[in-house]
Design a protein around this ligand. Structure first.
Ligand SMILES: [Cu+2]
Length: 146
């Protein structure tokens, strides 16, 4: 009986440990699996509290937010520099590479429940109107949000 109780105490202690936040990596590329001038992966789903690091695998790119949920943190990475963002607020985040936004160098991160998906789709329509190439890329990413 004593062993059973001590086992239950151990189990309770393990369940009380908070889930570790994960760090995800998005590469900034001239050419990737999803085309040219591209974030890889362009669509990413993470948990609230996770971090995402944008890596300048190829130079001359940056990552900066275009749309974040209410209360979500915005970010603006420097050109050719790594930037790490912590995504605490659930929702859909849309970001771009400033030098290549006309080539649809954009990305989508879903953090938990996508409460602001309609707002994200409206913003996407606005941004996509200026794309000179890869016109369907942003819609393709947003279609993966569920
Ligand atoms: Cu770029």
């Amino acid at each position: 009986m004593r062993r059973l109780i001590s086992g239950l105490i151990t189990l309770a202690a393990v369940s009380a440990v908070p889930v570790q936040a994960a760090d995800h990596t998005v590469e900034m590329l001239n050419t990737g699996d999803e085309g040219t001038m591209v974030f890889s992966p362009g669509y990413l789903e993470v948990a609230p509290g996770d971090t995402v690091t944008f890596k300048p695998t190829d130079p001359a790119h940056n990552s900066q937010s275009v749309l974040v949920p209410d209360g979500g943190s915005e970010w603006k990475g420097e050109i050719s520099k790594e930037v790490t963002v912590t995504l605490d607020e659930p929702g859909v985040y849309v970001y771009k590479c400033q030098p290549h936004v006309a080539l649809a160098m954009v990305g989508v991160i879903q953090v938990g429940e996508p409460g602001n998906l309609d707002a994200a789709k409206n913003k996407a329509e606005e941004i996509a109107a200026s794309f000179a190439a890869n016109k369907d890329r942003l819609d393709g990413y947003l279609s993966q949000v569920e």
